[in-house]
Design a protein around this ligand. Structure first.
Ligand code: PLP
Length: 471
């Protein structure tokens, strides 16, 4: 072992580092170079050499063979495969949170993707009217479906619900005031704050009422000639309980009508069908439209279960004003999202919940999940003794997630695991790092797996990842 602590030895070691050209001529790298972008390859060779020099300079113990061209070459090949590995990759969601914002919210069904595969991989009539032989609008592919499903006169689609709020306020309230109840000035995950979006739109926020109580008279008193919009925001991820009050939607809408001011609802989740039979109390878009909100704004990838999108539905004249704003062009959706949204919306017309995974997961009963958990446990059991682990299953709850009302949970059955070799936190981390990453939950120092959000065709991979983590 060279004594890397002496500066003379370090200089000697640095001189032994091979050149980029010498390395590029080695057989394995020379053969890879034909399939790789040249500057990417050279960048990786230089990167590995820079790391190596740094290790020598910082007087780390350098292994005897570390400077052999063959071992440097192996290091470069390893670095290349790390860089070429997909970054965005599938994860097994065993958390039981159906619309998990960090895990991509709503998954699409393979049949849905298959349905739009051809339009995605070929040219399409995205903005071309095949009958007129002239330029068309990309809105046509989703607008009519949205009108049918929400009862709205008109509907357009933008990048996400944050964009829908921004565009709507920029179009209808720039330079004027927007009334919002103090109890609805919310922040949703990852920095979506209603007051900040409003500022970006050029509208002035006028807070009304108090955090827990806002009366109709508070809105009434705040209205003046600069008031452009009354905005109601669904308090997606929190709940104010106790001594609370807010006006009925109908009262607020009547006030807006008397004053000639549109009353707009940022609904967030965008529930298209009544889910009360599944114990989910979430207002539907159709209800909001029917009660008379001028516009209703909602996401495409929350309860709707489609691709990321933001939908603006409501009165024709207002939708048209929003559509004409120059920001629409900057916030519009791409063709892949339009294709995915169209296919998802058509599945709603057929009430085909199997084509919408999040709807399918919401509709799974606790008994169906218990049966799957029991079978899964049966496959796991033979391995448990040799792995010093224990497992059982128990009643628990899944979460709808994705910014629907926080209390919305669904009864489920979870598989619970404990190991002598690893703590629950260690198991959870090992699962995340496994070759098929798994996101699980921890409760009472036990690892919990909720199969509600695990696709049946992922169960074999889940078992393999679990056995590897327990080892
Ligand atoms: C989630 C949410 C948004 C933001 O929706 P994105 O589609 O994520 O941009 C806006 N408003 C409310 C009330 C929400 O719940």
């Amino acid at each position: 072992m060279p004594d890397s602590s002496s500066s003379g030895d370090r200089a000697h070691l640095l001189r032994r580092v091979p050149s980029v050209d010498e390395l590029l001529q080695r057989p394995a790298l020379a053969s890879r170079s034909a399939q790789l972008d040249r500057s990417f390859l050279v960048n990786r060779v230089r990167g590995v050499l820079a790391d190596l020099r740094e290790e020598i300079r910082s007087a780390l113990q350098i292994a005897d063979d570390a400077l052999d061209p063959a071992s440097i070459e192996a290091r470069i090949l390893a670095s290349l495969s790390v860089e070429l590995r997909p970054s965005l990759r599938p994860v097994i969601n065993a958390s039981g949170v159906i619309l998990h914002t960090n895990l991509g919210r709503a998954p699409l069904d393979p049949a849905v993707v298959e349905e739009f595969r051809l339009t995605a991989t070929r040219y399409s009539n995205l903005e071309y009217d095949l009958f007129a032989g002239a330029r068309g609008k990309r809105d046509v592919h989703t607008s009519r479906l949205l009108e049918r499903l929400t009862g709205a006169e008109s509907a357009i689609v933008v990048n996400n619900c944050a964009a829908a709020v921004l565009l709507t306020l920029a179009s209808l309230a720039r330079g004027g005031e927007v009334l919002v109840s103090r109890g609805e000035l919310i922040e949703i995950g990852d920095g979506f704050r209603i007051p900040e979006i409003m500022e970006q739109s050029g509208a002035l926020l006028r807070e009304v009422g108090t955090t827990n109580r806002t009366h109709l008279a508070d809105y009434e008193r705040a209205i003046h000639d600069k008031t452009r919009v009354i905005l109601r925001v669904h308090p997606s991820n929190f709940k104010v309980t106790g001594f609370t009050e807010k006006p009925d939607a109908a009262e607020l809408i009547a006030l807006g009508r008397r004053a000639g001011i549109p009353v707009i609802e940022d609904l967030g989740s965008g529930c298209l069908v009544d889910l009360s039979a599944n114990a989910i109390q979430e207002p539907t878009v159709r209800e909001s439209v029917a009660v008379g909100f001028s516009l209703v704004l909602f996401s495409g990838d929350k309860l709707l279960g489609g691709p990321q999108a933001g939908i603006i539905a409501g009165q024709k004249d207002l939708v048209a004003r929003v559509r004409r704003h120059p920001l629409f062009r900057a916030l519009r959706v791409d063709k892949l999202s339009i294709a995915a949204l169209e296919v998802t919306l058509r599945a709603y017309l057929r009430a085909d919940w199997n084509a919408i995974p999040s709807q399918r997961m919401i509709r799974l009963s606790a008994e169906e999940i218990a049966a799957r958990a029991g079978r899964f446990l049966g496959e796991l059991r033979p391995y448990l003794a040799e792995l010093d682990a224990e497992a059982d299953f128990a009643a628990n709850s899944s979460l709808v997630g994705g910014g629907s009302t926080p209390a919305q949970s669904l009864p489920t059955h979870v598989v619970r695991l404990a190991s002598v070799r690893h703590s629950a936190a260690q198991l959870e981390a090992r699962l995340r790092a496994s070759s098929f990453p798994v996101v699980a939950r921890i409760e009472d120092d036990r690892l919990l797996l909720d199969l509600r959000t695990v696709f049946p065709d992922q169960e074999a991979d889940l078992l393999q990842s679990l056995l590897a983590a327990l080892r």
